[in-house]
Design a protein around this ligand. Sequence first.
Ligand code: ADP
Ligand code: MG
Length: 292
Amino acid sequence: ATPMSIMVGVGKGAQHGVLIRDAEALERMEKVDTLVVDKTGTLTEGRPKVVHIEPAPGFDAATLLRKLASVERASEHPLAAAIMADAQARRLQLSPVNDFDSPVGQGVVGSVDGTRVVSGSAKFLKESGINVDAVNAVAEGFRAQAVTVIFVGFDDQVAGFVGVADPIKMNTQEAISVLRSEGIRVVMLTGDGKTTAQAVGRQLGIDDVIADVLPQDKAAVVQRLKAEGRVVAMAGDGVNDAPALAAADVGIAMGTGTDVAMESAGVTLLHGDLMGIVRARRLSQATMRNIR
Ligand code: ADP
Ligand code: MG
């Protein structure tokens, strides 16, 4: 495209909250045939709330939440923020945490009042030597309702789980429908568990769901699709999405997300509104038509 037509396209995008950083992103957008999209904070609002607390037999909800929040206080994850908000609303007295660790995309672990508290995915608890069977059936019922389940272990026993819900953003449904009707293949890519991810996918008509993905593996999925000959746009908001945004033909960051994501992307959607992807495609088509 000519510099002039690119400038016009970039200007029109900016008027609609679509910030286009490089000319290549604008040129490639019309050729995109696959959209890989992160779940939390991209399809959903990214402001999760605690909707359920389930202590395992022999444990009580107040202790469960108090020790959990004491560990999550040291985490910057949106799930930790949800737990902290709930603990604050209940005015729980938190304890200091020792030996804190937070393996990315898995959970957190720390010592609280002499108890080793492990919080995270079922996989993370299993790897930490904790069997979650005592609460897993109840948890599965919540997951089927699109709730994210955070398992909590005290020492080597499961103490229960916390259910966290994150509503789908207002314009997500429309954006996904339009893109699909234009023949774009939509793939959800998330670190969350399979049942929860599929429940969100079902609400949006996305049946291509890749769940339980570690941050370092998100970029590999994008690379694989490119190797299959697809022209891939990747939309995401988190630090864990940055490598995948950089690997995609067009990286699309949510303006509501982290700076690292925006720095790795060619396009930023100012308000995190996914209809911006539809607009960016229209602009790309108009820009490229002008110069042919
Ligand atoms: P996403 O791809 O949806 O943005 P992440 O890669 O950030 O998800 O996290 C993946 C999973 O790791 C979460 O669904 C959760 O099970 C676990 N996890 C991450 N951080 C925490 C935390 N602070 N507390 C508990 N669990 C966590
Ligand atoms: Mg995210």
